[in-house]
Design a binder for this molecule. Structure first.
Ligand code: NDP
Length: 444
């Protein structure tokens, strides 16, 4: 049996009932196979893939907190410190009722290669809790964040592990967790990124993932003789990534006609109104029905269905496995030429295969959404030198990083005879750097 197949079997048998983690490892191994096969004996002797697919450390903890009725609630907290070969662990925290070890491990595994692609010195990790911030008062969210940090603080640090936001964790939650970390440790250090601007946050961090996605898409289109200007784009999500992807795409002359939340979606033929979207989702924390109420031309659809929209480019920016095979077929049928992932693993394996086999362009999240973590690393640099850079400085560095990631990914795909297969290119380019660092550091 080939080494790659042997490792995949091992991951599946040693991590039962973790389908998202299996999916991420399967996709990764399938694309790095040619690289492994060049040096199979050496990789096998060093058990490099076994080490790469086994987290360095997994921390599971209880999070007890008191709700507004005086009732004690208990949630499950997670931090998976996956790989520190190229730097301190770095990756977001997700607060969502669906969170479990499989989801955190898939996200942590992907984060290793994403962070490697940024060219910055950050290892891979991820964490979160099965807590649902929706419908909770600010006091309840604060109580939860403080309780979460009361355990997490002993495992993290500015040079050890630096968490950030993800689904359900935005500026409010980062602020509450930062305050608790400071109180517990007495340290004012860059232990979290995505902080507020008054206490060590970086300008352009809020915008970074969405802007970075559009910069990446723009460069990829350019390399294929296309222009983002004038393109119709369907986007899913209405959170951090989606909002700023819409904003940047519209600034570059594209026409974004959709956004979604967990209950429904909006089609707005006039183009999504970002100011209104931010008011509805960031300020009122309300449903998209409130967007429709203020935009008579917009149509609100209950439930799923956003990928039935006629568009040139689809940008899934909500959550994992939100774009399946039937969606990919519909997109193709309606003339879509590119799927650019803003979320982590939003496209299923079957849909990705269909997209690549049917001549559509595809950018994998681990490359095209790396702008968020890259800008988090820039926040860490600013914290270390106790300086703040201007918005323009951070944004122009972000843009250079995204263009550079595209060219790394493109070159790796070409080198291994898969031109245009950016999914393979991203895995290969991300993997080679981590593998070299692991080999150099011996068996640890
Ligand atoms: P947010 O919480 O800000 O927004 C998530 C959006 O997706 C919301 O509109 C939410 O709906 C919707 N959503 C969440 N879960 C589901 C679900 N199970 N079904 C349908 N809709 C859902 O998160 P982000 O924008 O930060 O993250 C979105 C994606 O991007 C995630 O995959 C994340 O891992 C990834 N990502 C985020 C980065 C960042 O910097 N924030 C960096 C890199 C990747 P509702 O409004 O109803 O809650």
């Amino acid at each position: 049996m080939s080494y790659v197949d042997q490792v995949l079997d091992r991951v599946i048998s040693q991590n039962p009932a973790q389908p998202e983690f299996h999916q991420a490892v399967r996709e990764f191994l399938a694309t790095v196979r040619p690289v492994i096969e060049e040096n199979e004996e050496e990789y096998r002797r060093e058990a490099l893939l076994e080490r790469l697919t086994t987290p360095e450390r997994q921390i599971l903890f209880r999070v007890p907190w008191v709700d507004d009725k005086g009732q004690v609630q208990v949630n499950n907290g997670y931090r998976v410190q996956f790989n520190s070969a190229i730097g301190p662990y770095k990756g977001g925290l997700r607060f969502h009722p669906s969170v479990n070890l499989s989801i955190i491990k898939f996200l942590g595994f992907e984060q290793i290669f994403k962070n490697s692609l940024t060219g910055l010195p950050i290892g891979g990790g991820k964490g979160g809790a099965d807590f649902d911030p929706k419908g909770k008062s600010d006091r309840e969210v604060m109580a939860f964040c403080q309780a979460f940090m009361q355990e997490l603080y002993r495992h993290i640090g500015a040079n050890v592990d630096v968490p950030a936001g993800d689904i359900g964790v935005g500026g409010r939650e980062i602020g509450f967790m930062y305050g608790e970390y400071k109180k517990l440790t007495g340290l004012y250090e860059g232990v979290l990124t995505g902080k507020g601007l008054t206490y060590g946050g970086s300008l352009a961090r809020t915008e970074a993932t969405g802007y970075g996605l559009v910069y990446f898409a723009e460069e990829m289109l350019k390399a294929n003789g296309l222009d983002i200007k004038g393109k119709t784009i369907a986007i899913s999500g209405a959170g951090n990534v989606a909002t700023y992807a819409i904003q940047k795409a519209e600034q570059l002359g594209a026409h974004v006609v959709t956004c979604t939340d967990s209950t429904g979606w909006i089609y707005d033929p006039d183009g999504i109104d970002v100011a209104l979207l931010k008011e509805v989702k960031e300020v009122r924390r309300a449903r998209l029905t409130e967007y429709k109420a203020e935009k008579p031309n917009a149509v609100y659809h209950e439930g799923k269905g956003v990928w039935s929209t006629k568009c040139d480019i689809a940008m899934p920016c909500a959550t994992q496995n939100e774009l399946g095979l039937e969606d990919a077929k519909l997109l193709k049928q309606n003339g879509c030429i590119a799927v650019c992932e803003g979320a982590n693993m939003p496209t299923t394996l079957e849909a990705t295969k269909y997209i690549l086999d049917n001549g559509m362009l595809f950018t994998p999240g681990k490359a095209s959404n790396a702008g968020g973590v890259a800008t988090s690393a820039l926040e860490m640099s600013q914290n270390s030198e106790r300086l703040s850079w201007t918005f323009e400085e951070v944004d122009s560095r972000l843009q250079r990083i995204m263009v550079n990631i595209f060219h790394q990914v493109d070159a790796a795909a070409k080198k291994y005879d898969m031109p245009g297969n950016y999914a393979a290119g991203a895995n290969i380019a991300g993997f080679l750097k981590v593998a070299e660092a692991m080999k150099a550091q011996g068996i640890v």
